[in-house]
Design a protein around this ligand. Structure first.
Ligand code: DGL
Length: 304
């Protein structure tokens, strides 16, 4: 018998989220707030962080491997919390991954457009994110006539991981990085890196109270909620969510820093031997993958 059309479908499988490390917990925090019934499996590639200084080819391979790990946990959607991975790998992952993939660039770009009044937008991120030009391309696809000033801020990630959120040195470095944005009188700045929401007070102080800071994580959570609803993939309202956190290495001060990102106690974290996981997939898996990977790589490079 066919179900009456007013019965909504539900899917209690977890949402998969990956990042190069623990910064992606800023996105998990937003997902937990916006989607309290959803289970989440998080993978932070702490053994291979930073992604932000690596080449797009390497990051694409890492992003794919991270996604394969999440798919083993029967995720219904993959959220690429890492800006660098989203900037370099999203179309590529969409071709490979058999579940919907949501990155942080498009939601951030859309939010910046909605926020700007003067049409002068600043974008800050890792060196690789800025070099990829992913944010300006995404913004200009929607609205070609505006000024976008980009600035790579490579020292922010180590400062934040060290917990130096309001030190004098952090202010000095931030002033130097943000000078071009201040000079250009941007009215909106995209925080194009998982870590930067933790620097909001410093950034707001330097940029001034009238500048709107766009937190890609918040916008991404909104887009994830929309996509789940559109696709009939939301968890049942009575579903009790489970959250699992995996990392590929246990760094110094992980718990403390992780809780700062998540802004709540971090439940137990499972360390995976990621090399063993990848090798354990077996030679056949990687051999078939390798040939398809080269073919698709040509395709992607050709399209760029
Ligand atoms: N997660 C990265 C990003 O959002 C920052 C850390 C890194 O460089 O890997 O771009």
């Amino acid at each position: 018998m066919r179900a009456p059309s007013n019965i909504t479908a539900h899917d209690n499988r977890p949402i998969g989220v990956f990042d190069s490390g623990i910064g992606g917990l800023t996105v998990v925090k937003e997902l937990m707030e916006h989607l309290p019934n959803e289970s989440i499996v998080y993978f932070g590639d702490t053994a291979r962080i930073p992604y932000g200084t690596k080449s797009p080819d390497t990051i694409r391979r890492f992003a794919l491997e991270d996604s394969i790990f999440l798919l083993e946990h029967q995720v219904k959607m993959i959220v690429v919390a890492c800006n660098t991975a989203s900037a370099t790998s999203l179309p590529w992952l969409e071709q490979w991954v058999p579940v919907p993939v949501v990155g942080v660039i498009e939601p951030g770009a859309q939010a910046a457009l909605s926020a700007t009044r003067t049409r002068r937008i600043g974008v800050i991120g890792t060196a690789t994110t800025i070099r990829s030009r992913a944010y300006p391309e995404s913004i200009r696809q929607r609205q070609p006539h505006l000024d976008i000033i980009e600035q790579a801020c490579p020292l922010f990630v180590p400062l934040i991981e060290e917990g130096w959120l309001e030190e004098e040195a952090t202010f000095l470095i931030a002033r130097r990085y943000l000078q071009s944005l201040v000079d250009s009188q941007v009215d909106t700045v995209v925080l194009g890196c998982t870590h930067y929401p933790l620097l909001k007070p410093v950034l707001q102080h330097i940029l001034g109270p009238d500048v709107t800071l766009i937190d890609s994580g918040q916008e991404t959570a909104r887009v994830v909620a929309q996509r789940l609803t559109q696709l009939g993939l939301t968890a049942h309202p009575d579903h009790t969510p489970q959250h699992r956190f995996f990392i590929s290495d246990l760094p110094h001060m992980f718990q403390e820093i992780g809780e700062r990102f998540l802004q709540r106690p971090l439940p137990s974290v499972e360390t995976v031997n990621f090399d063993a996981f990848l090798t354990g997939k077996g030679q056949n898996f990687w051999a078939s993958f390798q040939s398809a990977f080269s073919a698709k790589k040509d395709l992607v490079n050709h399209e760029e």
